[in-house]
Design a binder for this molecule. Structure first.
Ligand code: 13P
Ligand code: SF4
Length: 308
């Protein structure tokens, strides 16, 4: 065994022992490093992870994802300790709308129902009527009475896709995910030329021209489930490249090609095994949400959790 393998084994066994002692559960997003996904109790998309956080019996949730995800877990399980191994793991898109900007939008559209993508801060959710993820945005929007005006924040691309699928006009905010915007239509064209039999699976945070070339538009777990069930052998994947670890692990006989290797979210890569161990050793970094904000945000989050 190499020194690195011995270190890896030691880290893994220390984490697992400490996890038992702390009565902790490790939740990891589909974009996390492979080593983090492999040690997690559960790997999923934002909706899966929120549901896991809401239903777990563990006393501690170690959340390996980005800040808004851990915050959502804390709002759903306020009596549990929610830890982030690296508290600097933010989401660039979530930072594209501030509370002041949302209040100003609401002032200009006083009758509008606010639907916020889960990729927002707790204080934005507290000012929202509904929350949704990429897995249920269309369903959430369709559940809102037709006569209501809808303000969809912050992702203009998910908003545009949802608006078309739900056949609803919406006021969109100008936010986007910089990672998904790095995937270009020409990248898809090049990969399709190289792998003509491959199905193209993309995330709805991609730009409309990329979405227009896709065979399926799905959340990250939606992509994993579809790849497993499809009879196709090859797939071009238009989302953050961390998902390739799970796709390859679950489908060793199939081939997965990233639409663009540039689609890497640096925040999602801040967690690793060392930080996970420190997190359990020192109980860092605890996520707190002011009770008043949490209470107001929970209404929108509950609507998201309940929407199938
Ligand atoms: P999912 O909910 O589909 O996992 O997406 C989360 C995310 O941040 C995508 O960039
Ligand atoms: Fe946020 Fe984009 Fe990273 Fe997802 S991939 S966490 S939307 S910056």
């Amino acid at each position: 065994m190499s020194v690195l393998e011995i270190q890896h084994e030691k880290l893994t066994s220390d984490i697992l022992k400490l996890k038992e002692k702390r009565r902790a559960i490790i939740l990891a997003h589909n974009y996390q490093l492979g080593e983090v996904q492999d040690i997690a109790d559960f790997v999923g998309d934002s909706l899966d992870l929120s549901r896991q956080a809401a239903n777990t019996n563990a006393e501690v949730i170690v959340f390996c994802g980005v800040h808004f995800m851990a915050e959502t877990a804390k709002i759903l399980s306020p009596d549990k300790t929610v830890l982030m191994p690296d508290v600097n793991a933010g989401c660039a898109m979530a930072n594209m709308i501030t509370l002041r900007q949302l209040k100003e939008m609401k002032r200009r559209h006083p009758q509008a129902v606010v639907v916020s993508y889960v990729n927002t801060t707790a204080e934005i959710k507290a000012e929202s009527d509904y929350c949704c993820t990429s897995a249920n945005a269309v369903k959430v929007v369709q559940s809102i009475p037709k006569e209501e005006e809808i303000l969809f924040i912050p992702d203009k691309y998910l908003g545009d896709y949802t608006s078309q699928q739900a056949d609803r006009k919406m006021i969109l905010w100008e936010g986007y995910c910089p990672t998904h915007r790095r995937i270009l239509a020409e990248d898809i064209l090049k990969k399709k030329a190289l792998y003509p039999k491959a199905e193209v699976l993309v995330h709805p945070e991609c730009t409309p021209d990329v979405i227009a070339m896709a065979d399926r538009v799905l959340s990250t777990t939606g992509i994993c489930k579809y790849a497993k069930e499809s009879s196709s052998e090859e797939f071009i994947i238009g989302t953050e490249i961390g998902i390739l670890h799970r796709l390859k692990k679950e489908n060793p006989q199939k081939s997965f090609y990233p639409a663009s290797v540039l689609a890497e979210c640096s925040n999602m890569k801040l967690n690793n095994l060392e930080k996970l161990l420190w997190s359990l050793e020192d109980m860092v970094y605890p996520i707190e949400v002011p009770p008043d904000t949490a209470q107001r945000a929970k209404r929108a989050i509950d609507r998201m959790i309940e929407s199938v």
